[in-house]
Design a binder for this molecule. Structure first.
Ligand code: NAD
Length: 309
């Protein structure tokens, strides 16, 4: 049975990845920051290690013997990185390097570094392919780009078999209600207004978390060392269009929307060209309409999960 180590596996995407693994012996390493929640792994077979990806001594004990290591551990919220970037650089850059070194020392045969379209900056028209230069504009994006570049350096310099995935905006169950979709759903369910940044014209490409995880699984199986793979979304929407869908799904009107000052340095649009991964057989399976409906239902059915947030 394949032995898999998932760092950040108690978070939104990492826990979904663990849930979707079949015939694997899984260890989750997670620091359990505000975004990590052991309840996300309830009923999912795994061994849990409470710890930090920056802890080289801990990694030297738990990494050896794994066939695959997938790194989801990160500080992941742009607004928090604007308030304070130190933890982002620590976890997303130093943590990634510490983990890669442990994988190299232990001879781990395959590593996947999970990353984001935000490393490219902002694009008004067209889409980035994997050869586009990274031009991050927020401290979050810069820290992710730093982690990715360290990963590529470990592939080139040391021959570590690490591939990098870059994905668009995820949505689905168990996403901490600070990102727009769960924040707006839980606010509306609480009867509170939702804060829409600037003119609401920022464009994001949405993907269901299960489709993202399927892409990561494929890259874990067939990804080449040092290569980047895009996992694009299925629904390109302005935040205003997204808000309209969320209002409709929650049975509320525009009186529940409050326009607030724009995020500093707010990227206007992200867009990925995902032909490289599609050529390997990956396709998104979940339509935005269906996925959003199920996501709203999940938050409605699980108030205990988000009540304390
Ligand atoms: P999340 O914030 O929900 O989860 C992050 C997890 O990492 C949490 O469980 C947290 O406790 C853990 N963690 C944080 N610092 C740690 C540390 N130092 N050591 C060990 N664990 C630590 O984030 P997410 O949305 O699940 O994102 C997971 C990964 O996917 C991140 O690398 C993120 O950059 C990337 N990504 C996210 C999106 C998105 O839309 N959410 C899109 C593309 C890529």
């Amino acid at each position: 049975m394949k032995r898999v180590l998932v760092t950040g596996g108690a978070g939104f995407i990492g826990s979904q990845f663990v849930r979707g693994l079949r015939d694997a012996d899984v260890t989750v390493l997670d620091k359990l920051t505000y975004a990590g929640n052991r309840a996300n792994l309830e009923g999912v077979p795994h061994r849990f290690v409470h710890g930090d990806v920056c802890d080289a001594e801990l990694l030297s004990r738990i990494v050896p013997g794994h066939d695959l290591v997938v790194n989801f551990a990160a500080e992941s919220h742009v607004d928090r990185s604007i308030e304070g970037a130190a933890e982002f650089v620590r976890t997303n850059v130093l943590g990634t390097q510490t983990l890669l070194q442990a994988c190299l020392d232990a001879g781990v045969p395959k590593v996947v570094q999970v990353s984001t379209d935000e490393v490219y900056g902002s694009i008004d028209i067209g889409s980035w392919d994997e050869s586009a230069p990274v031009r991050p504009r927020s401290p979050y994006a810069a820290s992710k780009a730093g982690g990715d570049m360290i990963a590529q350096a470990y592939a080139i310099t040391h021959g570590l078999n690490v591939s990098i995935t870059r994905c668009g905006n995820n949505y689905g169950p168990r996403q901490y209600p600070e990102k727009i979709i769960p924040l707006f759903i839980t606010n509306l369910l609480r009867g509170r207004k939702v804060p829409l940044y600037g003119d609401g014209g920022n464009v994001r490409d949405w993907i269901h978390v299960e489709d993202h995880c399927a892409g990561i699984r494929l890259v874990a199986d067939v990804g080449e060392p040092g290569e980047v793979y895009h996992i694009a979304g299925t629904a390109e929407l302005t935040n205003k269009e997204l808000t309209a869908r969320l209002l409709e799904a929650c049975g509320k009107g525009w009186d529940m929307v409050e326009y607030v000052a724009d995020r500093k340095g707010h990227d206007r649009r992200y867009s990925l060209d995902d032909r490289k991964l599609r050529a390997l057989g990956w396709r998104p399976r979940i339509s935005f309409e269906q996925g959003l409906k199920e996501t709203v239902r999940w938050y409605r059915d699980n108030p205990g999960w988000w009540a304390g947030t």
